[in-house]
Design a protein around this ligand. Sequence first.
Ligand code: ADP
Ligand code: MG
Length: 357
Amino acid sequence: MADEQASRTEIGKLGEFGLIKRIGHGLQLKHPSSVLGIGDDAAAIDIGDRYQLICTDMLTESIHFDLSYTPLQHLGYKAVAVNISDIAAMNGVPKQVTVSLGLSNRFSVEAVDVLYQGIQFACESFGVDLVGGDTTASRAGLILSVTAIGEVNKDRMSRRNGAKENDIVCVSGDIGAAYMGLQVLEREKVTYQENPEMQPQLDKYDYIVKRLLRPEARMDIVHELRDLDIIPTSMIDISDGLASEVFHLCEQSKVGMNIYEENLPIDEATYSAAAEFRIDPNTCALNGGEDYELLFTISQQDFEKVKNHRDIHFVGYVHEQSKGVNLITRGQQAVPMQAQGWGHFNSENDSSAPGKS
Ligand code: ADP
Ligand code: MG
């Protein structure tokens, strides 16, 4: 690293998204089959009558998960699910996964077996085949990297860049729950460290804790949209928090949006945990990540088909870029939306609990 000395920029200064932009800057796709490169939820390759979708997500110990409260079986499931979620975000269907592991000598063969029970379970539930991977030693705890491969009909792919003025902004399921699950688990961890006799009381937090530890990818929504003959004009999965993903869609689609605070879908369990922790539930929904729901836009003409859907919520509208990205508060005030991003490259996050993305 000697040649770094002359000028050194901390990665935290660019942040994750800035760094990815820098990596992608000036890259040219040479093969006509490389339809979509860096910048969406998955890459797209032309394989003839369809596009093949490819995405990778890595989970690292102490950054994305804390093994003191993360069951290995759930972790295996989650590592697959978060990748399937990126295939779903392209409106695609997953087919295969590969799994790469970095293992420190803290892990036994039996522990790896349990991790793979979760991986296998996810593969079965999402109908994908585990077709390969890599295994290596690690001095930095457990590292899990999954690559998912999927497919989408060429005329059905949803990218981040297709949102149009007057489109309706939709969110599946509910958001903010995983963030509150993390708060509960972190609190119980501290309590346990201070007094190991105390057994964690997690029953009443079942839902939010499960949202963090074992999220689902919303393939059900992808299938239902297909059955309703709806192609989202743009789509992304919510891994870093709604606000951050709204900015991704707006930036790539060159549009603005109004998001209505009163329409944010927040579960009762999230409300009550947020009240207990004195956290604004809207902040959880906007800036808490890891819910792996889908954020998408549909054209006005498709609204009738989904307006009564139990699990699709209408959170806002698309307008021209110059009108900006705004949160409309319950008091009907428009405030420019802030995307906090998680930036686990920041020094203050170095030793933090599980981070995002
Ligand atoms: P997501 O949250 O949907 O997984 P990311 O923010 O991780 O998306 O990545 C955004 C885009 O940047 C994706 O297209 C991904 O393939 C690409 N990307 C991320 N990290 C790298 C990297 N180190 N090198 C090349 N491309 C990357
Ligand atoms: Mg994504």
